[in-house]
Design a protein around this ligand. Structure first.
Ligand code: ADP
Ligand code: F6P
Length: 471
């Protein structure tokens, strides 16, 4: 394979291996924040993306996506279980999200996680030009920066964590805490969503490694590792263009009609994940129905919950609980042809998501903990009309930027009910003022601004950022 001067390594490629109805292999864009964000900037950038293409067995041959080359990494069935479903998504994912679900510490998974990280590092080392920049993404690959430094000391190495980095008390539970911390600190620049994460890492570096550390620099092995916050964003131009398309506008109108032309539509769009607070939200909505604050004919709730990590037991259990609760609520409060909640457990095209966002009067984004939450930003970008209310969890990274949202603590179900009612009753002038401020913020802080800020901090010269597409 040809060599590259910019290599991005992420667990997933932006394409997902999906079985078509006739059983044939069909490629579709993979859902999830990381793939959405990186795809937007890289599809027009001369670079190579190293990642897993979904599925098990030998890596498929994939064509280039414009100027972006794809370098698939293979996983066996055992590796998928130990690395992706195990250590990444049953140990690190719950622990990094405030342990809202109990993390599993299975000693058998560690070696697989380490071996798969080594494979990603070797794949990148093979195709990196001398002195190339390598940008490693997320908790799946936390050991890769140090492995790459070992393999190729000539490289400029960046690491970005899309999820929260937990407070030291929680991180200290990790059986392999020193190796994981050292792995990440193999980078020249470690980026986070929020400044608090950089603070947490500095505290841990002092405690676990006994090194000198501040919130923006850590001295390790005779090097200085820089750290900082770079809040990720969305392709605002893409979402605005989609939302303005006549077919999307008429689809949104049709959706409202299909929902029975209610006075109000509440919408939530999540991966089906226990961090997203779907159960708390259903409890709040069900109590509003029970107490007569919301009536089925006037108001409908649409919950999109795209399947995610479906072989992991805690995700299967969550799905059973959510589907049971939706069934209970619809059984108790729905009428013939008028369910209280429209529940959609399926992926949607971006244009369909844009139409859904336009249909919503109240967008309800209430994760218990979330690194950023791009859905909240997509909703704002899709609302050229300046209408609609955003109810947003204080525990989403996005809350630090979208201060004009109706901010809420989703653990407080009474507070959540009050905030939902407040958003439903807000007057048009108030909503427009809030949305205008948030749209302005997003225009200035889109995905390109994020990538430029990170890459400029990485190489100090701005040369890496020059490869990104112009606005
Ligand atoms: P996470 O990274 O935890 O998945 P985010 O909210 O940051 O959460 O990103 C989710 C991404 O997945 C968004 O870009 C959103 O548009 C996309 N997405 C969510 N639900 C669906 C769905 N049903 N079909 C396709 N894409 C979806
Ligand atoms: O945002 C965190 C994250 O793990 C991303 O890396 C990924 O895009 C998203 O959640 C979806 O998860 P998965 O890749 O496991 O489907």
């Amino acid at each position: 394979m040809r060599q590259s001067s910019l290599v991005v390594i992420a667990n997933r490629l932006p394409l997902d291996d999906n079985a078509a109805p006739d059983g044939a292999c069909e490629w579709r864009r993979s859902p999830g924040g990381l793939a959405s964000a990186l795809h937007a900037i890289l599809e027009q950038t001369p670079a190579t993306w190293v990642g897993w293409a979904g599925g098990v067995g030998p890596a498929p041959a994939l064509p280039d996506m414009g100027s972006l080359r794809l370098r698939p990494v293979s996983l066996t069935e055992d590796e998928l279980r130990g690395y992706y479903e195990g250590f990444a998504n049953s140990t690190l994912w719950p622990l990094y999200h405030d342990a809202v679900q109990q993390p599993t510490f299975d000693r058998g998974w560690w070696e697989t996680y380490r071996a798969v990280n080594q494979r990603f590092a070797e794949a990148a080392a093979e195709i990196a030009e001398p002195g190339a920049a390598i940008w490693v993404q997320d908790y799946h690959l936390q050991l890769v920066p140090a492995m790459l430094r070992e393999l190729r000391p000539d490289l400029l190495i960046g690491f970005f964590l899309h999820v929260p980095f937990p407070p030291p008390e929680l991180y200290m539970q990790l059986p392999r805490r020193v190796e994981l911390l050292r792995g990440m600190l193999g980078a020249d620049l470690v980026g986070f969503q929020r400044p608090q994460a950089a603070h947490n890492v500095a505290q841990l570096a002092k405690k676990l490694l006994g090194v000198v550390a501040t919130d923006d620099a850590i001295a390790v092995d005779g090097r200085t590792v820089r750290t900082g916050a770079f809040p990720v964003s969305i392709d605002v131009t893409e979402m605005r263009a989609l939302a303005a398309r006549p077919d999307v506008v008429s689809h949104a109108r049709q959706l409202r009609h299909d929902l029975g032309v209610p006075k109000r539509v509440l919408l939530s769009v999540d991966r089906l994940d226990y961090t997203k607070g779907i159960e708390h939200r259903l409890t709040a909505y069900s109590e509003l129905l029970r107490d007569g604050f919301v009536k089925v004919r006037d108001t409908v709730m649409v919950q999109v919950a795209v399947p995610s990590r479906e072989r992991v037991e805690s995700y299967q259990d969550l799905r059973d609980r959510i589907e049971g609760e939706v069934g209970r609520i619809n059984g108790e409060y729905g009428r013939v042809g008028e369910p209280a909640i429209h529940y959609l457990n399926q992926p949607f095209a971006r244009s369909q998501l844009a139409a859904l966002y336009q249909t919503a009067d109240v967008m309800v984004v209430t994760p218990l903990r979330d690194g950023m939450n791009l859905v909240a930003k997509e909703f704002i970008a899709a609302r050229e009309d300046g209408a609609g209310a955003l109810v947003l969890s204080e525990f989403a990274g996005a809350a630090a930027e979208l201060e004009q949202a109706f901010l809420v603590n989703p653990h407080d179900v009474d507070g959540l009910k009050d905030t939902l009612l407040q958003a439903m009753k807000a007057d048009r002038g108030d909503l427009t003022a809030r949305m205008t401020a948030m749209r302005q913020h997003l225009t200035e802080h889109d995905i390109l601004a994020w990538a430029r800020a990170y890459l400029t901090a990485l190489d100090h010269t701005g040369q890496l950022a020059e490869r990104l597409p112009a606005n």
